[in-house]
Design a binder for this molecule. Sequence first.
Ligand code: ADP
Length: 282
Amino acid sequence: MINSEANKMLFTKPELTVEDLTVALHQANLKLREANRRLVDSEKKRTELLANISHDLRSPITTLRGYVEYLLSYNLQDHEEVLFILNQMYKKFLSLDYLLNEMFMITSLDALAEMIILIPYQIKKCLVDFFISCEKDKKYAKRRLSLEIPEDFTYYVLLNVEMFERVLDNLFTNALKYSKENDEILMQATLRGREITIAITDTGIGIEEDMLTRIFEHTFMISDSRTPEDAKGCGLGLSIASSIMEKHKGRIWCESTLGKGSTFYLSLPIYEEEVKPPLKAI
Ligand code: ADP
């Protein structure tokens, strides 16, 4: 209610003066303006997101349409050429599939918040398992991967393992995308107060200081030209990572030096009953 502050005061303090009521009304008015500003802001973000989504969807669909029309209008005899076109089409289908998955994730994360199950899980196990899977993945063959976790790092955190691995995967994939052959990707875990901090550092191209918070916004890409053509994403990854960390009562942030590299930090509160064995992940 707009003037609920004033109403409350009227009922609890019937001896109120006109001045009291004016102050209360003024405060209510300020709150209303703030709520309105937030609403306009979120509406603006929603419209921007929709515009970006339609743009991102239109581009691969237009390309696919072009390929199909080409295939239909020429009686192509050259098997190689047909194969080439089908290959290009397949790549576009993959990027569409990726885009749709990311969109589903970003739109359903809040709605599904209540259903996200967090279980006590030993963070070291999660990080080591993920790191080993990267070492085995040949896409990282041209990077130097390293992991630094203290021997006795036995802490538990409340985790949805699948979602948290998605965050790690996004950070590693970015570290790969925005670096070059022989660059380093290092993952470290430390305890700071009652929080676990995980740092993922790369020696890649780095990020300008004024972009460091914007990269966590919906569909924010610094510039298409920075990303190699075959590694283009849709700019939703870090925004999804940020929502996932929020669901874990954790945080994500970045420090970077242009031309030298970036470190992405993840923090998670430790689960105090750390002696408990982990439940089976679902
Ligand atoms: P994308 O799918 O475009 O990579 P993200 O949300 O994962 O989307 O990242 C947003 C933007 O942040 C990227 O477009 C890129 O410009 C920048 N970025 C993310 N990670 C790094 C990194 N490790 N090094 C340099 N730039 C990065």
